[in-house]
Design a protein around this ligand. Sequence first.
Ligand code: FAD
Length: 323
Amino acid sequence: ITDKVAELGPQDPFFSFEFFPPKTENGLRNLYARLSRMSLLGPLFVTVTWGAGGSTAHKTLDLAATCQAELGLTTCLHLTCTNTSKEVIDDALTKAKKAGIRNILALRGDPPREGVDPEHHGHFQYAVDLVSYIKAEYDDYFCIGVAGYPEGHVEGADNSDQDMNSDLPYLAAKLNAGADFLITQLFYDTDKFVHFEQTVRSHDQIKNKDILIIPGLMPINGYNIFQRASKLSHASIPDSVLGRFSEDIQNDDDKVKAIGVDILSEMVSRIHDKTGGRIRGFHFYTLNLEKSIAQIINKNKLLSEVLRKKEEEELKENSSSSD
Ligand code: FAD
């Protein structure tokens, strides 16, 4: 991923998509058709989620391998390590390498409610342990990403209110252990993201001030799901965003989606402008859905540049092959 970003021009925008493995065969077939269409939008990379506690390990590995090896998409495999044996991690990394996957998003995951199995405690407690393990075993073979929380992680060090600052020493540890990039939790308050980005870059414990930071954005596909996803992710919704969904339209999915496209497109532009263009890559939590993403990319001036360039290149290729 970092190599692909480095190959872009210094101002060139990019975007990426997150997918999760569907439960059924039918769902998987639909997703493959969608993936083929969405790859035409020109994502720089795609990521595939790892179900809590490895519950989707086989499906995740299959989907990620297909994205990389068959669809030719640069793929990043999510991998969580809490309550997980070393064998499961080794197996996932071996299979990822075999499929040609070069990127891992190294995560802790959420421990089960009943607590971590004592047998697995000690190997990998936090994401930093997984980053260090991958580095030790694979050196630079994998490009490693980690999660960042513009509004803090819920379990902030003292278990009190969420606070970005209590996470920062641990984020620094993950980055300094060898992470190459960071993707954030979803958020709707762009000021909080901008503050986070600046704080990370100026933090005295974080060695790489130029670390690739990619904001994670979730399109708004329905009012209730938007509320639920924000609550689950502990993302605050500023009044300027919430106020756009007046009561009379909250049940009108088409209107909610259209407003959501405007909001997301504006967020992309604002983040780009407020960071002086330092942030030019955006990661979309697609929920395996296609339409809103395509509309946001088409609507946003910066992101539609990616499409325009892709079409230009294809035209060139087609005309040279017909010559
Ligand atoms: P860590 O970085 O280990 O941090 C977890 C908590 O522990 C934080 O509160 C941190 O401050 C604290 N902490 C860290 N180190 C220490 C230490 N040494 N001492 C004390 N406290 C410490 N979950 C899934 O199950 N599957 C997925 O595919 C998935 N994908 C995700 C993708 C992104 C981009 C993001 C942002 C999250 C994703 N998650 C996923 C959710 C993630 O697993 C949870 O948010 C999890 O609770 C924390 O994971 P982490 O890697 O950030 O953990």
